[in-house]
Design a protein around this ligand. Structure first.
Ligand code: UTP
Length: 336
């Protein structure tokens, strides 16, 4: 089965981090988010090929994947992020025949048994019950559980009779029909907020009598926004076993991830702190935060913060969201 992972978006909601690093390489729980997706696919031996649709900063993704995994990834380029539908269409060139395909969004982790999801004679759309369906694409189904309609962000309660949101995991049996439907969407310039959507192609597939059902995905871990990235960080760390951590005159409150060559002195770390390789934390309290590699935090209290690589933070009490190679040094010292 061919797996398509679109990773060509700008990740604007995670700026400034995504100005220097593609979103899927941002760290969560000690590894880039794309790492977990690929790891699961390779462990389950599900993919005959993995097609990465890359764009802005795509070379960094290629370099990471090729140097980390023993797998022959296929890379196709989406020149401009014209929407998820367009990104998937870019993968067409790597399909030589009609094939089944699994599409996984690169910025979403799934705690789900993919083998069960694809064990179906029909195409399958991963869904999750949500309280307010208006922010999502949702599916409507008949009594037999087959999808009858896709609705992108249902505006009024009348059309939002379903609250099964599409989570970003699609198992489609018929790649020829998928690409034909994407072509239909683009030829007819069917756009939502100026982007070609995959949902519209799925709706077209339904009209061509493609049978689609749903699979309930409980573990849906979005990494697309600062707050959801931190939530996913908490989830990943909650599954970790405690390990012994070297720290001088400090307290470690699990769960935490502490990378290699990290120096911790006179600090309280955790819960839910991811401190990556080469960081130095002195006289600080850090909880519920992600600190990327080689950053230096001193005399600070950080919570709900995302700190890029090689950042210096001194004398701060904040929820910080600051990009790589920044320096922020206040005048006040935090005494412990
Ligand atoms: P998102 O819409 O969540 O990602 O797309 P984005 O556009 O990068 O983020 P924001 O909205 O600007 O913050 C979900 C996935 O689809 C990919 C993204 O890279 C992400 O992995 N995508 C989206 C593409 O590859 N191309 C596109 O044109 C749009």
């Amino acid at each position: 089965m061919k797996v398509i992972i679109p990773v060509a978006g700008f990740g604007t909601r995670l700026r400034p981090h995504t100005l220097t690093k593609p979103k899927v390489l941002l760290n969560v729980g000690g590894k880039p988010m794309i790492h977990y997706i690929v790891e699961q696919l390779l462990r389950d031996k599900l993919a005959t090929s993995i097609v990465m649709v890359t764009g802005f900063l795509g070379d960094m993704i290629k370099e990471y994947l090729d140097s980390t995994f023993k797998f022959n990834f296929t890379y196709v380029t989406q020149d401009e992020p014209k929407g998820l539908g367009h990104a998937i269409y870019c993968a067409k060139e790597s399909f030589s025949k009609n094939d089944e395909t699994l599409i996984i969004l690169g910025d979403t982790l799934f705690d789900v048994d993919l083998k069960k999801l694809i064990h179906n004679k029909h195409s399958v759309i991963g869904v999750k019950q949500v309280d307010d369906p208006r922010r999502f694409g949702v599916v409507e189904k008949n009594k037999a559980g087959m999808i009858t309609r896709f609705v992108e962000k249902p505006a009024t309660p009348k059309v939002s009779k379903s609250n099964e949101a599409i989570v970003g995991l699609y198992y489609l049996k018929n790649s020829d029909l998928l690409f034909e439907s994407l072509e239909h969407v683009m030829d007819n310039n069917i756009t939502v907020k100026g982007e070609f959507q995959l949902t519209d192609a799925l709706e077209h597939m339904l009209s061509k009598k493609e049978q689609m059902t749903t699979y309930y995905v409980d573990g849906w871990l979005d990494c697309g926004k600062p707050e959801t990235l931190l939530e996913t960080n908490r989830y990943i760390l909650s599954k970790r076993k405690k390990s012994n951590i070297k720290a001088l005159d400090s307290s470690i409150i699990h769960p935490v991830h502490i990378g290699k060559d990290v120096v911790i002195e006179r600090s309280v770390i955790g819960p839910n702190a991811t401190i990556n390789d080469g960081c130095k934390i002195v006289n600080s309290i850090i909880e519920d935060s992600i600190i990327e590699k080689n950053s230096h935090i001193e005399n600070s209290v950080l919570s709900e913060s995302i700190i890029g690589e090689s950042v210096t933070v001194k004398n701060q009490i904040h929820n910080l969201n600051i990009g790589s190679n920044s320096e922020i040094k206040g005048g006040h010292h935090v005494s412990k």
